[in-house]
Design a protein around this ligand. Structure first.
Ligand code: PMT
Length: 223
């Protein structure tokens, strides 16, 4: 039916930030609140999907009817996603995953020294959405792109490089949208087209984006 375009669909998404530990009391992270991803999880459940939400550390309540798996680091998020991805029809990567993590995690709190400088060596994290899209029987895979300039160009590059079915790009330098805001605006790209979802509350935007995802998903599975 029209109102439940995701009925019978298993949908997994990632949300929130990751935390990459330096020592037992410190970590590297970012300003993601989880609001966009949780709004998508809520909307997907309303549209009929069976929703699994893999979330970094956030201060949000789990939307009704959604199965939530809590993780901290990018490595843990990667493992949680891979564990259950085989049975998913749609995957949406909304989490702000750290691209790099400290190469070593100190067993004890790092001490202040005489030196005025300190160097932290980082190593690349696994790319969760790219690994999902590289699978043989991959789900319909949607990424996000957080950009501060040349939004469409960088997003189109991520769509192609990570072999995604769709990408939702947001300008995270503009006031009143992006990280930790209640509103957002998205430029949505897919291999053969694009559309603009203008500034709106994240709940409203989530319904619009999922309606578009459902349409494209059903297009690719009709033939
Ligand atoms: O959580 P909020 O406060 O509501 O803010 C929402 C948001 C701004 C975080 C969200 O709308 C958003 O843009 N999420 C993606 C943030 C991001 O990390 O973008 P990116 O351009 O660095 O990454 C591109 C894509 O690859 C994303 O789908 C990301 O989830 C994915 N990725 C990145 C690195 C990695 N190691 N694994 C990944 O899966």
């Amino acid at each position: 039916p029209q109102t439940q375009p995701l009925a019978g669909i298993k949908l997994m998404l990632t949300a929130g930030p990751t935390r990459e530990a330096l020592d037992p009391v410190r970590f590297i992270s970012n300003h993601s609140s989880g609001k966009m991803g949780f709004a998508l999880a809520h909307a997907a459940a309303r549209l009929g999907a069976e929703v699994t939400l893999v979330s970094g550390p956030v201060a949000l309540a789990t939307p009704t009817g959604v199965t939530r798996i809590d993780v901290e680091s990018a490595a843990q998020m990667h493992a949680a996603v891979m564990q259950d991805i085989a049975r998913q029809h749609i995957f949406i990567a909304c989490a702000a995953v750290a691209d790099y993590a400290p190469k070593t995690v100190a067993e004890h709190k790092i001490k202040k020294t005489q030196s005025d400088a300190m160097v932290i060596e980082l190593t690349k994290n696994p790319d969760i959405v790219a690994d999902v899209a590289a699978r043989e029987n991959k789900p319909f895979t949607v990424g996000f792109a957080a950009e501060t300039r040349d939004l469409e160009q960088y997003a189109r590059d991520k769509l192609n490089r990570k072999k995604l079915d769709m990408i939702a790009a947001n300008n995270v330098a503009a006031a009143g949208q992006g990280f930790n805001s209640d509103s957002n605006a998205l430029t949505v790209l897919w291999p053969t087209g694009k559309t603009e979802l203008p500034l709106a509350g994240k709940s409203e935007l989530a319904i619009l984006l999922l309606t578009l995802i459902a349409e494209k998903y059903h297009d690719t599975h009709r033939a």
